[in-house]
Design a protein around this ligand. Structure first.
Ligand code: TGC
Ligand code: FAD
Length: 389
């Protein structure tokens, strides 16, 4: 008997409510029709039609879908997670666009913005008319953002912002940047329209990963902002880290979408590829690989669903998000590498999605907190001893 997907082994569908399955199917169908046929070309060219995609994803209803009000759908965490999984089955870059928009830029405004800021930005971002980015990382401060050098000083009622942000997803296509900066009052977030004088974005070239995603350096050169550009309701690293919890949550599901796509491809390939007069899927060594991968994929999805149910009941804590991101990124990357191996030489081309997912997952493993950072957070939770320094 051939199972439709490796997920069927675990009867994942049986754990979902009808509306969650329906929403998942809508996103899956969008990805099948509109992303999968194009994405290898976008990846090869290192270019995505970001504006068109943003509008289409807004229409699909996935931008800030888990946020309440302001044009956002207010779905459950489970629904949001499943959408991320389906989007990343297309490409991690597409899920990144959605994560950065909804879970980082919109979440920052939604959680810490004034009523006026929310009214001004969120409906346009939910519809995809306005694209957001989120500037936390700097050239010299990645895993340890607490040392950031970007700073904002008051000048009368204005703020003046200086600094450089690095590796910023959506940077060159963004209409608005949420920038985190040191101030005399602690780390604060600023809403920076990207047409403000002194703002520039430089595309990062020569990426070998997430090529279907825009990644940029942001230069903030004496940007003058009005008093109401600051997010009023947070003044510490808690601000960006709260947003990271949301985006990491999406990755817990998303990375497994990439893994599922790789595994399905490798199973299909192995059933058709004949060596030594038999399909390679018929060899015990290959079957052990499939089984080990399916077990990790299923366990990962079950963990993701458990965490999503905790989130929906309001009891998910950040350390549990660290555990989920650690597990999903690690296992998805490992699955993608093994699937690449099963495809042999064909595995190194863009004819199949596997190596594209594999190299994308290298970024997923690093961004939103590296494997080591998540390990250290969980290690501290287990032992009570912080081991970062
Ligand atoms: P620490 O001193 O422990 O805490 C500082 C303040 O933050 C609060 N806090 C949290 N709040 C919410 N959620 C969390 N998970 C939190 N963890 C800590 C904490 O209570 C404190 O608040 P307050 O009010 O008392 O000041 O912070 P630390 O400096 O020791 O840092 C801890 C560490 C290393 C875990 C943190 O810096 C970290 O997570 N580093 C990794 C950086 C990272 O993940 N960067 C991601 C950049 S964005 C990105 O990659 C986007 S990729 C594109 C895509 O998503 O597709
Ligand atoms: P570093 O922090 O220099 O780490 C290098 C290595 O050292 C890692 O293996 C790390 O785990 C290890 N290490 C560091 N400290 C310790 C320690 N104490 N103990 C043990 N090991 C340690 N950032 C944003 O703000 N916004 C974005 O939109 C964004 N998008 C991104 C898109 C892409 C494609 C990529 C690749 C990155 C993006 N980032 C973004 C940046 C990302 O969050 C950082 O790359 C990540 O946090 C790691 O920082 P770093 O690259 O400076 O590595």
């Amino acid at each position: 008997r051939i199972l439709e997907t490796p997920e069927s082994l675990f009867d994942i569908d049986g754990l979902l409510y009808d509306e969650e399955r329906e929403m998942r199917d809508v996103v899956r169908s969008y990805v099948t029709k509109h992303i999968k046929p194009e994405v290898a070309t976008w990846f090869e060219q290192g270019h995505i039609p970001a504006k068109e995609l943003s509008l289409a994803l807004g229409k699909l209803g996935v931008l800030g879908m888990h946020l309440e009000g302001y044009g956002c759908a207010g779905t459950t965490a489970v629904a949001y997670g499943l959408a991320c999984l389906e989007l990343e089955a297309g490409d991690s870059g597409i899920r990144s666009l959605v994560s950065v928009q909804g879970s980082l830029a919109m979440k920052a405004i939604h959680a810490f913005g004034s009523e006026e800021q929310k009214q001004e930005w969120l409906p346009h971002m939910a519809s995809g008319e306005k694209i957001g980015c989120f500037g936390l990382t700097e050239p010299d401060f990645g895993s340890d953002p607490s040392g950031m050098r970007t700073h904002a000083k008051r000048d009368g009622s204005d703020w003046v912002l200086n600094g450089t942000k690095m590796w910023i997803t959506n940077g060159n296509v963004a209409d608005v940047a949420v920038i985190w900066a040191q101030t005399d009052e602690g780390i604060r977030g600023f809403i920076v329209p990207t047409d403000t004088a002194g703002f520039s974005a430089n595309l990062i070239h020569h990426k070998l990963s997430l090529r279907a995603s825009v990644t940029s350096e942001l230069v903030l050169d004496g940007i003058r902002l009005p008093a109401d550009a600051v997010l009023p309701n947070v003044s510490s690293l808690r601000g960006p880290l709260t947003c990271l919890n949301e985006a990491r949550f999406g990755i817990i599901f998303g990375a497994l979408g990439a893994a599922r796509e790789c595994l399905e491809t490798a199973i299909q390939y192995g059933r058709e590829r004949i060596q030594f007069d038999r399909p390679i899927a018929g060899y015990q060594l290959t079957q052990k690989k499939y089984v080990d991968m399916a077990v990790e994929l299923g366990k990962g999805i079950l963990l993701a669903l458990h965490l999503a149910r905790l989130k929906d009941q309001g009891t998910l804590n950040p350390v549990q998000v660290n555990i989920g991101k650690l597990n999903s990124a690690r296992e998805a990357l490992s699955i993608a590498r093994e699937c690449r191996n099963i495809l042999g030489a064909n595995g190194v081309t863009l004819e199949y999605p596997v190596m594209r997912h594999m190299v994308n997952l290298e970024s997923v493993y690093t961004y939103e907190g590296t494997n080591e950072m998540h390990t250290l957070v969980v290690g501290e939770a287990l032992t009570g001893i912080a081991a970062y320094h």
